[in-house]
Design a protein around this ligand. Structure first.
Ligand SMILES: [Zn+2]
Length: 81
């Protein structure tokens, strides 16, 4: 992947409950947010396409993490703002 593509976009502000931020193949970001490892109230959302975790919307980090990383590896939406 070209680093020039990544440098063209600025990273959004980091929410206070941000646990992990994945960069997507489209140069956007997938945020994993929530209370942390020992909680089932964590979730992910994509800044590029607007997709997010659902069914269940919130889950333990060990379940959310691979889903969020998988989305980041597949999502080609570029950040529009
Ligand atoms: Zn996406």
């Amino acid at each position: 992947m070209s680093t020039a593509t990544l440098a063209a976009f600025t990273e959004p502000d980091r929410p206070k409950d941000l646990l992990i931020r994945f960069i997507t193949v489209g140069g956007s970001y997938v945020d994993v947010t929530g209370p942390g490892q020992h909680s089932d109230k964590n979730r992910w959302n994509c800044h590029g396409c607007g997709d997010s975790s659902d069914r269940p919307e919130q889950d333990y980090l060990f379940r959310i993490r691979p889903d969020a990383n998988g989305h980041a590896a597949a999502c080609r939406a570029i950040p529009l703002r």
